[in-house]
Design a binder for this molecule. Sequence first.
Ligand SMILES: *Cc1c(COP(=O)(O)O)cnc(C)c1O
Length: 427
Amino acid sequence: MQRVERRNLAVQAAVKQGLLDQDDAPLAAFVDLAGIAESVSALRSAWPDELQVRHAFAAKANPIVPVLRELRKLGMSCEVASAGELAQARAAGFRGAELVFDSPAKSRRELEQALAEGVAINIDNFQELARVDDILSLRSSTSDIGIRINPQTGSGSIEALSTASRTSKFGIALDDEGNRTTLLEAYLARPWLRWMHVHVGSQGVPLRLTARGVARVVEFAEEINARAGVRQVTGIDVGGGLSVNFGGDDDSPRFHDHVAELMAAAPALFRGGYQVVTEFGRSLLAKNGFIAARVEYTKSAGGRRIAITHAGSQVAMRTTMVPEQWPLRVAAYDQLGRPRLGTPVKQDIAGPCCFAGDLVAGGRGLPLLEQGDIVTLLDTGAYYFSAPYRYNSLPEPAVHGFDLTEDGDVAFTLLRRAETVEELIGR
Ligand SMILES: *Cc1c(COP(=O)(O)O)cnc(C)c1O
């Protein structure tokens, strides 16, 4: 069954089962568990079988522990970027080499702990390298250790999410004066440096640009290995950063397209001399989650039609703050959770927050919404309900996983309960 049908069944079942009650639960988030399994399987099958590839989920895209646990069950590893994410990943069962730790601001204690536990790390800068030298002079470690390289191949359409610009804050800038030589010497002097990391992201970066960044790093690894006279660098972590199609239901680009671009740009990666790690977040989860909210009121002002709903900045901050870069699709359902039919009428879909820009969609053509209807914000399984904005003290909504049973019913599992008033007071 297709994702769209599953979603429609889930909305209707959620209404029936009281998960979208107008008073008790006017806002909730949903995760399509079968969809996650499909996405993981698409990622796996995109890579050649004969290559040793470990796929790590970038936890920040959706660090809800039962979601991470589900991904682990599907054979994923986990990429984390803070002590908090590391703790969440551990709570989901990830251990040692199943974890990749990538923060650009790792504290000494965090590094010591990661190296003691065999967690893979990617060093962000020369100062961090000196710190790791120091720790390793005191104790040995089984961790895979790499350096994050910024290939400086340029930005995508969203500057704030472009990690490989000339001046990016991430990694060591490969083309800055002297860095290539210093890096080369750093590797040759440290036989335990066996990995190289690059993450050319994220949303808005074209595949070709991502592939060019990876290719530059693979070429550099080849150069080091040639100079070392042995295969010193045995692993390349190619990062994540595949863009998501927020304009329709298709997955595009697909993981297969990404691998095809990499094969063309960096053939040496596929010759069998390297283990590979990937770190996808958005492309695995975005299309497998949605937010549903009740319409509380509808009105018009100066000729503008507005539906006031319970989903706004608290769950869709990027969209409300930078709407031109983060448009979301909205689907309309009636009170019973059936897709609402009717001639499209231009409407603004507003949230509950007390600022005028709290709109999840402006001038959107949708069947005219009524009080009690439901709107869903699509493709929000990554970086939306899992990255809340605490303005106006709005509680975090419940997150429900769903799956279809054999007789076609929808079974929900609570992945995260709604935040309580007591928790709000304690913040
Ligand atoms: C955020 C991040 C990712 C995941 O990026 P997506 O665009 O969600 O795939 C992977 N690696 C690193 C180092 C990151 O910071």
